[in-house]
Design a binder for this molecule. Structure first.
Ligand SMILES: NC(=O)c1ccc[n+]([C@@H]2O[C@H](COP(=O)([O-])OP(=O)(O)OC[C@H]3O[C@@H](n4cnc5c(N)ncnc54)[C@H](OP(=O)(O)O)[C@@H]3O)[C@@H](O)[C@H]2O)c1
Length: 249
């Protein structure tokens, strides 16, 4: 029987208090991993603490604060990881925001905030994660892009641009960090049911789904399944890939 065993792995997931990040954290812990989920608020840390209660040994979930737009906060997160575990085997850079706007209407704040979280935040976390992983000459970094980072979408130039950049980061880091035994892959989800997509107007939602081969939105578990595979040694020869979980968009 094929199973994924992550008992020896310390895994970090940013933006882990809800949505896709939380589901990835739960699934990693089910596979036995020692999981650190980050949140940027006390409420978020409480959400993680609730999820941690349901985890059975040998897996575990711990919450740590982090705002990926704040360099000092990211540094402090990785210092805590280093002090507590002395290693990092996997990082899923999942934290992200979505602010739709026609290009002529996008505000300075929307542009800078989206790039700060979705792009600069990812780069910052990759810097620290790669340093920790390089010490043991192994690791798996998973970056969360989006189908629109590959295809573009009218009204989403800011978000799609921030997510296309994530693909460039992932492909570059796969080449740069491969010699140190660190794999880097990118997940490009399609329409997944979370808070981020809950308020999508029904007509926009249907217009999007009309182009999805499977004709439905995806679940957080379906994204988590791929993330766990990419973290695991089963994906030991997989790096530099952009993999869609999009129902065939
Ligand atoms: N849902 C989809 O259809 C879809 C499709 C393609 C790609 N994605 C990507 O998948 C990832 C997760 O999306 P989701 O649907 O799970 O979204 P979500 O439910 O809105 O969750 C987003 C997570 O990111 C965190 N976050 C936001 N800004 C942050 C910051 N500055 N520092 C640290 N954490 C921050 C949020 O924390 P708070 O709770 O504090 O806000 C939350 O934990 C995102 O990168 C998103 O772009 C989602």
């Amino acid at each position: 029987m094929l199973s994924i065993d992550l008992r020896d792995k310390v895994c970090l997931v940013t933006g882990g208090n809800r949505g896709i990040g939380l589901q990835i954290g739960r699934t990693l812990a089910q596979a036995g991993a020692t999981v650190v989920l980050t949140a940027r608020t006390t409420d978020g840390l409480n959400q993680i603490a609730d999820a941690a209660q349901a985890v059975t040994a040998p897996g575990s979930i711990t919450g740590l604060p982090c705002d990926v737009t704040d360099a000092a906060s990211v540094k402090s997160l990785f210092q805590s990881l280093h002090q507590t575990y002395g290693r990092l085997d996997a990082m899923v850079a999942n934290a992200g925001i979505l602010q739709d706007a026609l290009v002529g209407m996008a505000t300075e704040e929307q542009i800078s905030q989206t790039l700060a979280v979705n792009t600069a935040g990812v780069l910052r976390c990759c810097q620290y994660a790669s340093r920790l992983m390089a010490r043991h000459k192994s690791g798996s970094i998973v970056l969360m892009s989006s189908v629109v980072g590959r295809t573009g979408n009218a009204g989403q130039s800011v978000y799609a641009g921030s997510k296309a950049a994530v693909i460039g980061i992932g492909k570059s880091l796969a080449q740069e960090l491969g010699p140190q035994g660190i794999r880097v892959n990118v997940i490009a989800p399609g329409l997944i049911d979370t808070d981020m997509t809950r308020n999508l107007p029904p007509d926009k939602r249907q217009a999007f789904l009309d182009h999805v081969a499977l004709g439905r939105s995806g679940t957080t578990q379906e994204v988590a399944n791929l993330a766990v595979f990419l973290v695991s040694d089963l994906a030991g020869y997989v790096t530099g890939q952009v993999i869609g979980v999009d129902g065939g968009k």
